[in-house]
Ligand binder design. Sequence first.
Ligand code: KIV
Length: 265
Amino acid sequence: MKKITVPTISSMKNKEKIVMVTAYDAPTAKIVDESGVDIVLVGDSVGNVIQGAPNTLSVTMDEMIYHTKIVFRGIKNAHLCADMPFMSFQTSKQDAVRNAGRFIKETGAESVKLETTQDYIDTIRAIRKSGIPVMGHIGLRPQSVHDMGGYKVQGTEKGEGAKLISLAKEIENAGAFSLVLESIPHKLAKKITRSINIPTIGIGAGPECDGQVLVIHDLVGLSEEPLPKFVKKYANIREIMTKATKEFVNEVRNGAFPSSEHSYD
Ligand code: KIV
């Protein structure tokens, strides 16, 4: 398999579906890379998924740098995108460029993603101007959970759809190479996908996006239930891990482990 670059991803629109998954550590990155995903995203979902936090808001730039660095070590072919955490780009364009630059210089990331509203179009422009590829993210923006009053489907109210279409166009014009659409009605996602020339990558946005993304712990069944409607569990790793650990607990307690097979002479 060939290395996936930003031009590769751009060229996939209307030709092949783009597959993106999250990863937060080297062994998982190696598994998803070898499974053929196109993009590995080090999401700020690390807050909920790995750190056990109630949301993504507490995730820091230094934590994201650490996770992106170790994910990079597991990747050979996939494109590596790092998520800009809360307050790494909201404070000023200068901070945004500096922090996006840290990802590129310190971790091996090849692009950055930022949750985008009208207020951050110029921020995308500034990061692009420094030569760093940017992925936009609209619809449900977990960093705005308090503003949105929870994790709710977006774009359902009158006029909201048109606003999201126009925002998507602005994001494209500002130079983003792709756009995540999170938790919006599938018909709206289809309209957005057809209105812009950059690929859309959906999560809870239906089948007509140019690609799909899921959080790895959700798709392999390691996350705790309940999961959002848009998640499909392709395995039940939680059950497998619990069963294996329970067997270990029993065998240690009843003396079956370690046997001579696992002991040195
Ligand atoms: O943080 C994250 O993992 C994300 C994806 C789910 C798109 O933003």
